[in-house]
Design a protein around this ligand. Structure first.
Ligand SMILES: *C/C=C(C)/C=C/C=C(C)\C=C\C1=C(C)CCCC1(C)C
Ligand SMILES: *[C@@H]1O[C@H](CO)[C@@H](O)[C@H](O)[C@H]1NC(C)=O
Length: 347
């Protein structure tokens, strides 16, 4: 046997020597040195703090200004909200468990973390699909009415939350379950066991098709027209928006693909040996996806960077940043941060 299954856990090591203990009751230092758990906990705290600050900054700038309620921004705002929800509700349980070396918060902590990480990841994935859908629409029909784009963006945000809840809720309703993973200090869905009565197999297939293959296909299809326009036209500002959308998507996929691939492999190879450390690394890499949104916007857009600096300055000193280029720079105030950066066609 390559693993040890209990009533509410699956530890991926043999219990031949009797070392395996329930991750809800005992520290798991037989899976890795205790400093590894400490490192994971510290990393998760860092991630939570930086992601909350970055995403709150994004929120603050957009929410404060009514004129920023533009189609693309609805979607970016939604990404920020999803990231904040995952980082504040899901990550602390993982950090605390890693500090303690086991899931002393019990099944409730496990559910909390699993639910919010799934929800956040799903909202992001579907939001990115909507964002690229919007970009594809603009690429194909540049003259499309703002009202139509707005309606589609709001629809996309609604679909994202609907899909996210329909992915994350079933394990709380006894269709599959959230279960400790890897080093047993974080939780995901049960791809590990065939526990009777849980419908794990059906749920995991449902998750990987409707909630992964479908949005991934949408992303692939929608990327084509945007990329074509990028390659053939020199529309600077629309191009900047499209490049940002594509980069956000590429980075999200880079974060989540190792985790999705590993859990899929475990699911399709029940009983095979796999490394708990490797699985935990992919899970905690996936967690880093909440940090990248604000960083990408700041790195990829000159004006966004400029405006973010102004906002931070105002937050720290309570005063407006002195304009460097006279009255023209008024256009680059915090109120227009996204209109110039991500909504070049704002009118
Ligand atoms: C730290 C906890 C983690 C990483 C929990 C993840 C849970 C989970 C069920 C994730 C599902 C997925 C997404 C969300 C988006 C990508 C596709 C899935 C199905 C891997
Ligand atoms: C243990 O894992 C190995 C390699 O992954 C596999 O070949 C073997 O069949 C597994 N043993 C059991 C009892 O499943």
């Amino acid at each position: 046997m390559n693993g040890t299954e209990g009533a509410d856990f699956y530890v991926p090591v043999s219990n031949a020597s009797g070392v395996v203990r329930s991750p809800y009751e005992h520290t798991q230092y037989y899976l890795a040195e205790s400093w590894v758990f400490g490192l994971l906990a510290t990393y998760t705290c860092f991630l939570t703090a930086t992601a909350v600050c970055g995403n709150l900054l994004m929120l603050r700038v957009t929410v404060e200004h009514e004129e920023l309620r533009t189609p693309v921004n609805y979607i970016l705002l939604n990404l920020a909200v999803a990231n904040i929800a995952a980082a504040t509700c899901g990550y602390p349980a993982a950090a605390l468990s890693a500090f303690g070396g086991y899931l002393y918060l019990g099944q409730a902590g496990c559910n909390f973390e699993g639910f919010y990480c799934t929800l956040g990841g799903q909202v992001s994935l579907w939001s990115l699909a909507a964002l690229l859908g919007e970009r594809a629409l603009v690429a194909r029909r540049p003259a499309v009415k703002r009202r139509v784009r707005r309606r589609l963006a709001v629809g996309g945000v609604g679909v994202a939350w609907l899909m996210a809840f329909s992915a994350a809720l079933p394990p709380l309703l006894e269709i599959s379950r959230y279960i400790p993973e890897g080093l047993q200090c974080s939780c995901g869905v049960d791809v590990y066991t065939n526990k009777p009565g849980l419908e794990n197999e059906a749920y995991v297939l449902y998750l990987f098709t409707l909630h992964l293959a479908v949005p991934l296909s949408a992303i692939a299809v929608c990327s084509v027209p945007s990329v074509l326009v990028l390659l053939t036209q020199q529309e600077e500002e629309e191009g900047e928006t499209t490049r940002t959308a594509l980069t956000l998507t590429a980075v999200f996929l880079a974060c989540w693909t190792p985790y999705a691939a590993t859990t899929w492999h475990v699911f399709t190879h029940h009983g095979d040996a796999f490394s708990p450390v490797a699985l935990t690394i992919t899970a905690f890499l996936a967690k880093s996806s909440v940090l990248w949104g604000p960083l990408i916007c700041i790195c990829m857009c000159k004006r966004f960077r400029k405006c973010a600096r102004r906002t931070v300055h105002k937050l720290r000193t309570g005063k407006e940043l002195e304009d460097e280029v006279g009255s023209a720079s008024k256009d680059f105030g915090t109120t227009t941060i996204f209109t110039h950066c991500l909504i070049p066609d704002y009118c």
